[in-house]
Design a protein around this ligand. Sequence first.
Ligand code: ATP
Ligand code: MG
Length: 755
Amino acid sequence: RNARAPDYLSGLNAEQRAAVETTEGPVLVLAGAGTGKTRVLTTRIAHILATGRAWPSQILAVTFTNKAAREMKQRIGLLVGEQVEGMPWLGTFHSIGVKILRRHAELAGLKSNFTILDTDDQIRLIKQLIKAENLDDKRWPARTFANMLDGWKNKALTPKDIPEGDARAFANGKGRELYAAYQARLQSLNACDFGDLLLHPIAIFRDNPDVLAEYHDRFRYILVDEYQDTNVAQYLWLRLLAQRSQARGERSTPLRRVAAAVTHSGVADAGGAGESDPPAVNICCVGDDDQSIYGWRGAEVDNILRFDRDFPGATVIRLERNYRSTAHILGAASHLIAHNEDRLGKTLFTDHSDPDHQKVEVNAGWDSEEEARAIGEAIEDLQRREDHNLNDMAILVRASFQMREFEDRFVTMGLNYRVIGGPRFYERMEVRDALAYFRCVCQPADDLAFERIVNTPKRGLGDATMRLLHDYARARGVPLIAAAVEMVETEELKPKPRNALRRVVTDLVRWAEQLSTAKHTDLAEQILEESGYTEMWQNDRSAEAPGRLENLKELIRSMEAYDTLPSFLEHVALVMDTEQNAEMDAVSIMTLHAAKGLEFETVFLPGWEEGLFPHQRALDEGGRSGLEEERRLAYVGITRGKQRVKIWFVSNRRIHGMWQSTIPSRFLDELPEAHVEVMEANTSYGGYGAGGFGGYGASRWDGAAAFQEGAYTTPGWRRAQAANAGFAGGNGGRGRGGDGWSGGRTREISYDEGG
Ligand code: ATP
Ligand code: MG
């Protein structure tokens, strides 16, 4: 059989091959990072097609990102050649959901050309509803409600299903009503939001067995990647599509009960798949509980654990051989993740154990600027001396504000980079808004900038006012701001918009006057405060708001390297001008969340400090789950590396706009000595960044110590490291353990043990 195995099967190990060839019946592949789960899915599709088990249009395959879907399509093409004429049902939950909904929109009370609301539209709509209810929108902000709505929709809860406590939590019990009103309003607008892309199909399938049956006949094979990050709605949607016999037999069971059973995991299954016929659809899910990193967005790792209850007789396949990383990388990652209590646990091994392989590096720096400089140099080194492609290197950050320092540095160095999974720092919405304010102040003829901010935050300056202003400006041949200054002295506008506009332009004029006198960073901060822009995000309860505030602080911080606001704006214009095309050789910069499923020869992991990674929000949450999700994120980060992983931490970082002396991340302490090497500083700044590695830069370490008040300890791991690697006590680690050592004492220990 082996001899005649088609090409695409050769090279797979026995377990992988079983996962590919067990085409009939439910299959769950539960395996660690880099074991070939995605490769199994791709090969399985190729196998199904090559053996004529199904047409491309009879396969439903779900990936986590659109990019992953494109790559999978490409690879299937490579494996089985021309015979694949596209895969119409290969995509993300959302992209497949919208396709299904367009075909049956009328069953959800929509027309097939319905629009999909973006977040802004959604907020505006909720605001109207809150007003209509005569509620105080300061007390009950639209964004808070939008967030609750998201949570409910992730759990597939319709207005009548939401728990009593939840319904009461908003506007004294109006939560349920508002939700219902919101849905009614969407319907009258012929629109839906992202959650509806799955919820409408779920309702359609439930209420129209004939429609569901059509899909049961259509989809012979269902495949899902990154199954650990599916939420309840996605889970229900999949289950309806996959459990053919059950779904038919279950017609009378309200979905609500199923949803309830899923949300409160542990409660008996409402469907009771075991009672009905075995499922006739072949579903294959692959995932890794250790890589579940979207809990904050409603993902339920329990979905994996329930798989064999939902699909009785499921074949569960474990893959244990990691093909991606060296033994050091794998050893470091496995040891780290073993600190989580909430996990299934699994073994991973690799044949990649060459004595020449580098250990996982831990580097220390003085501050984030040095971190960016040193990583930039390391990248150039690999490129020049070792002839590595930039495409094979990635920088994975915990929070998007960290990207700014790297982007600025790389532009200065002339190093190509691209930002994956989101806009570049200066292209982020909040950063562009802030920059538009600054441009209005420095360049009063910048009409585009003015249009961007005139009604951000909302000031009641709508389209009608702007049309009048445009006409006024055109008639006089002057820029918008100049026109507005004149116009607010006339009767052309109604009093309300006139006053609002007057406030905007007087602010702009006043700030412009301060340009030559005030310190530019102070002025910038003042502009964002006085305009109400910062406040807008402070009042925002969405999950992204804290990150946006961080980015605004980071923006102000990035100005420090420039003398004036105009020279800073010029720099930004240059950065924005650098091209980002997919073809060029470039370093990738992205968040750890966006890095899921990807791999690179060399991975840089900066910012391993308490409060940043693990992130403060997870720590504030208390309890285990937030911290364990951070640790899974660290596991995801390390396991992206094939050959080299280089971790960084610094002693000083600006967080929320303030310099803070930092404590190295607890995750560093959780790395196994055998696989880790603590690096001596070798940056342009001599040793000082390393805060006293091997006795380098002792004077600078004094500075670092002086910066950090309070007790110092040297965590055990680092003390142990000091003995073999000349590591001299690291960067302090303020207060951990709090055994009252003075800074001086730390230094003593440094030299004793490091020498
Ligand atoms: P993650 O959990 O990070 O998503 P994964 O389990 O999906 O990882 P893949 O991305 O499919 O793993 O595979 C990791 C790497 O190992 C890829 O480069 C893949 O091509 C390679 N690989 C997988 N299986 C084999 C094999 N049998 N022989 C050689 N290389 C393999
Ligand atoms: Mg994968």
